[in-house]
Design a protein around this ligand. Sequence first.
Ligand code: HEM
Ligand SMILES: *[C@@H]1O[C@H](CO)[C@@H](O)[C@H](O)[C@H]1NC(C)=O
Ligand SMILES: *[C@@H]1O[C@H](CO)[C@@H](O)[C@H](O)[C@H]1NC(C)=O
Ligand SMILES: *[C@@H]1O[C@H](CO)[C@@H](O)[C@H](O)[C@H]1NC(C)=O
Ligand SMILES: *[C@@H]1O[C@H](CO)[C@@H](O)[C@H](O)[C@H]1NC(C)=O
Ligand SMILES: *[C@@H]1O[C@H](CO)[C@@H](O)[C@H](O)[C@H]1NC(C)=O
Ligand SMILES: *[C@@H]1O[C@H](CO)[C@@H](O)[C@H](O)[C@H]1NC(C)=O
Length: 323
Amino acid sequence: MGLMRVLLMSVVLVIVGRGEGQLVENFYSSTCPNVEAMVKQVVSMKFIQTNNTIPATLRLFFHDCFIEGCDASIIIASATNDAEKDALENLSLAGDGYDTVIKAKEAVEAACPGIVSCADILAIAARDVVVLARGPLFSVELGRRDGLISNKSQVQDNIPEPTFNLTQLTTLFARKNLSQFDMIALSGAHSIGFSHCSCFTNRLYPFVDPSLNYSYADELKETCKNTIKGPEPVVFMDPKTPGTLDNVYYQNLVAGKGLFTSDEVLYTDPETQPTVKDFARSPGYFNDAFAAAMKKLGRVGVKTGNQGEIRRDCTVFNDPGIS
Ligand code: HEM
Ligand SMILES: *[C@@H]1O[C@H](CO)[C@@H](O)[C@H](O)[C@H]1NC(C)=O
Ligand SMILES: *[C@@H]1O[C@H](CO)[C@@H](O)[C@H](O)[C@H]1NC(C)=O
Ligand SMILES: *[C@@H]1O[C@H](CO)[C@@H](O)[C@H](O)[C@H]1NC(C)=O
Ligand SMILES: *[C@@H]1O[C@H](CO)[C@@H](O)[C@H](O)[C@H]1NC(C)=O
Ligand SMILES: *[C@@H]1O[C@H](CO)[C@@H](O)[C@H](O)[C@H]1NC(C)=O
Ligand SMILES: *[C@@H]1O[C@H](CO)[C@@H](O)[C@H](O)[C@H]1NC(C)=O
């Protein structure tokens, strides 16, 4: 009777665990057991080639999840330049993020053809780059299917702008089932990577934003004055520890060194200041909040079961007639 009950319980757990809209850890344990190791290997190789792999992949995951859900729709390349990717072309240095997912998919496809979604590969790669940046280690939930829509008209309303105020940030994240606390924690991703000057010149000209540290403002002006000639300059978003995903980002905010309006407002607004101070003080508290928020980010708008498809090539729908 004991055995029967255990068996029955496992069946129930599997059914509940894989219910509609649910992701599970070890989703591929019988169909592609080494998927996480294979992705990790490719991410590490790519990182050795360029350290830009870390911020590019993390940001790609964020954008993928916010536009049409975490379904790899951001990776679709459109011949007519009207996919999500095309609306983001000027936004970042994310080419290395796309390349990471495409290479990892090739490796996975060679071992387990037609099994693992591009959306899951991006989710695993995003976790791996967080770990490479010495952020928290967390388990990734899997079972996402790849989306069948990628339209650049959906980008604008779903990606936050660096000029956003707290209400705008909180509202947009709430639409994605992410709390204000999650939003503050995820903003800690700006502890790594670069920004172009145009994302924060609103805080330098015509006059310096009073919430911006004056000596920092002078440094930024110095760097950005070269914008007129040549390619647009970039600056590290965390000038102190630019390659480490840590709570120094929040210490910067306290010192008036948040780069974007959307960063600094987390400290200047009394509603969110206590959380920023707590994160600035405690690396452990931030790490736990960041890991938990990353898992929630990975659930946004996911397709599961028989929705969507398992793309063979991450850059094109299986049925090329779709786009
Ligand atoms: C809270 C609202 C957010 C706003 C307004 C915002 C905006 C931006 C902007 C304007 C840039 C600079 C892009 C460029 O100059 O090319 C940037 C970079 C970046 N963002 Fe965010 N972001 C937000 C949240 C997030 C989240 C939630 C994540 C990930 C969990 C993230 C990850 C990154 C990373 C890693 C970079 C650096 C990219 C690179 O170096 O290639 N951001 N963000
Ligand atoms: C990207 O920048 C170029 C040059 O500034 C501009 O012509 C183009 O319209 C921009 N593309 C997008 C999608 O914003
Ligand atoms: C993208 O969306 C726009 C506006 O909703 C629509 O007119 C267009 O046909 C869509 N493009 C594709 C390829 O689905
Ligand atoms: C935030 O921005 C929105 C849109 O520009 C504006 O309507 C709102 O009043 C702003 N809220 C605050 C608190 O500044
Ligand atoms: C990444 O590597 C380049 C040299 O290839 C170096 O200049 C830069 O500081 C590194 N970035 C980080 C965040 O460590
Ligand atoms: C501004 O930055 C300087 C130099 O890093 C620092 O000494 C100062 O404390 C900062 N100002 C404020 C108000 O935090
Ligand atoms: C938010 O959660 C609700 C309830 O679980 C779900 O129906 C909805 O699809 C979720 N929205 C997103 C964008 O994930």
